[in-house]
Write a protein of this length. Structure first.
Length: 163
C-alpha cells in the first residue's frame, strides 16, 4: 500500500511534533529543576498563598482544590522521584530531539526506541493513576513515533535519489 501523505506534509507534521516535544521536554527540565528548591513545606505554603484568593471567590475551584489535595500528599520521596524523573526524561528527550533536528540518520531508530520506552512507562503509570495527562502524552508519543518512521523513510528515499 502506497503512502498517501505527501512528503512535505509528513515533514511539516514531523517538525511540528518535534517543536511540541521540545516545549514539553523543556518544561520537564524547568519543573525538575524547580523541584530541587521546592520541598514539600515550601510547596504547601506556595499553594496556600496562590489558592487563598481563588478559593475565596470560588470555593469549588477544581484546580485549586486539586492543588491543595496534592500538597497534602506531596512528600520528600515524591519530590526526589518527580525531580529525577522530570530531569532525566526531559534531558533524554531534548538530546534525542537535538539529534533529530540535526537529521542524524541513526537518531531516528534511537528516538523510536526511546519514545517507545517512555510509552511503556507512561502506560504502566496510567494503569496506576488514570491520569488523562499521561494518556494524552502517550497519544502524542505514538503520533511522534509514526511521524518519525515516515520522516526516516522520506529522508532515506531522498538520500537514495541523490546517489
Amino acid at each position: 500500500m502506497k503512502n498517501k501523505l505527501s512528503p512535505k506534509i509528513i515533514h511539516i507534521g514531523f517538525d511540528i511534533g518535534l517543536l511540541m516535544k521540545t516545549v514539553f521536554a523543556s518544561l520537564e527540565v524547568i519543573s525538575g529543576t524547580a523541584l530541587i528548591f521546592l520541598n514539600p513545606e515550601k510547596m504547601s505554603r506556595l499553594i496556600r498563598i496562590i489558592s487563598k484568593k481563588e478559593l475565596s471567590e470560588d470555593p469549588k475551584d477544581i484546580i485549586m482544590n486539586y492543588l491543595i489535595a496534592f500538597s497534602r500528599v506531596f512528600s520528600i520521596n515524591m519530590q526526589y522521584f518527580t525531580m529525577l524523573y522530570l530531569l532525566s526524561h526531559g534531558i533524554i528527550k531534548l538530546s534525542v530531539i537535538f539529534l533529530l533536528w540535526k537529521k542524524k540518520l541513526w537518531a531516528y531508530p534511537l528516538s523510536i526506541l526511546v519514545f517507545s520506552g517512555f510509552i511503556g512507562y507512561q502506560l504502566y503509570r496510567y494503569t496506576k493513576s488514570r491520569s488523562i495527562i499521561l494518556f494524552l502524552l502517550t497519544i502524542l508519543d505514538i503520533m511522534m513515533i509514526i511521524l518519525t518512521i515516515l520522516e526516516y523513510k522520506r529522508i532515506k528515499n531522498e538520500n537514495i535519489e541523490k546517489e
